[in-house]
Design a protein around this ligand. Structure first.
Ligand code: CTP
Length: 443
């Protein structure tokens, strides 16, 4: 198809309906998507056809429903044709069974085979009995799918078809349609790019109940991952222990220690275009972890022997080739000078320098006052919400990656264009090293 045609045509959603009582809700989802100008085609599992007649979806969608791998006279290989047609694969309702198949790459019926063959982003709206949802096997499959970048809408808490109350109810139709539209629109200047982000603290065990860590909340890294996904990037978020919700459209790898973070980040970086390392990695770990709780009376912790952890930022920077690596500097004084030293020592492309002694820029705060320090100079940012700092960093990254179009992130992000302030401030003496604010007008 010519490019101009592809740009103007309606978006395509392949709607996969599997065998849950909530299958009738898929009719409303289909209608909701059509109201947004989306062209929807439906593929049903055998179980789903026992709950809603394919003819209903046929009439609503205006397309023949894909029901069988072989018996479809409209196309010699219907599952490949539908898989390639889709801009988004929406599984609604998704049973525990179809999620298990997706997580493990099974292809034993028309739905799982088409999903496996489909290169488009995937959105899953689960609906099932609470115990099926909470089953460790289902939760492991959900985690695997999230790591693959699959987006989830729901399930939510409510009264279930089986009569129980708990998590397992299909998300509201409007939520599912909104999530689908988000995923369809999330094409921007980072589409096709894979970005690795680290976030949060690490825990370094002393014994089974004690560990060394720091006060990192993870908010900055999570905001960066969210902004990168909104710009269309495929995002892998390597997160230390925090209790933040995983941003929409972001694949998550959860780690605990610095060693695990190093391993997960270097693995993900192999296929990536850039890494942004916002985690507050523990610099040290106990030389040995006791296998039992140390007792005060007989094994006092007066002195814990520590060994230094590997530096993830320096490791990635050394092997980055043409890829971009961005780091952070959490400082409590001489911020710009120390950020410059870190830039040189670790060999990355950019350091986001942060004075964490300021109340409006501390680990747990919702705002930050940063400067972007690169070999080309220093850009001072105003104090702003972490979400806006994240947007500035992602735009900067897009420029560094040579993105051709200006950012068009959803959610009114265009209003943030003015946040990179004072482009003329590139000299040492333009900024107050302690406060990170311009010296202009100061005595
Ligand atoms: N960093 C890392 N691996 C480590 C330590 C730090 O990848 N073992 C990264 C952080 O994610 C951040 C940058 O290095 O992007 C700077 O972290 P920071 O804590 O400011 O500095 P340190 O290197 O730990 O140095 P110091 O504690 O002496 O300031």
């Amino acid at each position: 198809m010519p490019l101009s045609q592809a740009a103007t045509r309606a978006k395509h959603v392949a709607l996969f309906v599997t065998g849950g009582i909530a299958a009738y809700k898929a009719c409303e989802v289909l209608r909701g998507l059509q109201k947004q100008g989306v062209d929807v085609r439906v593929c049903m599992s055998g179980a789903a056809t026992r709950l809603v007649a394919p003819r209903t979806f046929e009439a609503l969608s205006g397309h023949r429903v894909t029901l069988d791998l072989f018996e479809d006279e409209t196309s010699p290989i219907p599952h490949i044709e539908l898989a390639e047609w889709a801009d988004l694969a929406l599984v609604c309702p998704a049973t525990a069974n179809v999620m298990a198949k997706m997580a493990h790459g099974l292809a034993d019926d028309v739905v799982s085979t088409t999903l496996l063959a489909c290169p488009a982003p995937k959105l899953v709206a689960p609906a099932m009995n609470v115990h099926m949802w909470e089953n460790l096997a289902t939760q492991a499959n959900v985690e695997t799918l999230r790591q693959q970048g699959v987006l989830f809408a729901g399930p939510v808490v409510g009264r279930l078809a089986c009569g129980e109350v708990g998590t397992g109810k299909l998300a509201e139709v409007e939520q599912i349609v909104a999530a689908a539209m988000f995923r369809l629109r999330a094409a921007g200047d980072l589409t096709g790019k894979h970005i690795v982000v680290t976030a949060g603290p690490t825990h370094e065990a002393i014994d089974p109940v004690r560990y060394l860590s720091n006060a990192s909340s993870g908010k900055m890294g999570y905001a960066i991952a969210e902004a990168a996904a909104a710009h269309g990037a495929h995002v892998t978020l390597v997160s230390g222990p925090v209790s933040l919700p995983v941003p929409t459209g972001v694949g998550i790898v959860r780690v605990t220690t610095a060693a695990e973070m190093l391993s997960a980040t270097t693995d993900a970086f192999e296929l990536a275009d850039a890494a942004i390392l916002a985690a507050a990695v523990s610099d040290y770990r106990p030389a040995a972890e006791a296998d039992h709780k140390l007792k005060k009376a007989t094994e006092p912790l007066g002195e814990v022997k520590l060994v230094e952890n590997d530096d993830i930022l320096a490791t990635l920077s050394k092997n980055r080739g043409a890829r971009i690596v961005i780091g952070f500097a959490a400082e409590t004084g001489n911020v710009i000078q120390r950020a410059r030293e870190k830039l040189a020592k670790k060999g990355c492309d950019l350091i986001v320098a942060n004075d964490v002694s300021r109340a409006d820029s501390s680990f747990g705060s919702d705002t930050d006052t940063c400067a972007l320090v690169s070999p080309h100079g220093v850009e001072q940012l105003d104090t702003m919400p972490k979400s806006e700092v994240a947007e500035v960093i992602i735009r900067k990254l897009a420029t560094m990656l040579g993105a051709s179009e200006p950012a068009a992130a959803p959610g009114g992000a265009a209003a943030l264009g003015e946040t990179v302030l004072m482009p003329g401030l590139t000299g040492d003496d333009a900024l107050d090293e302690t406060t990170l604010m311009p010296k202009v007008g100061k005595e």
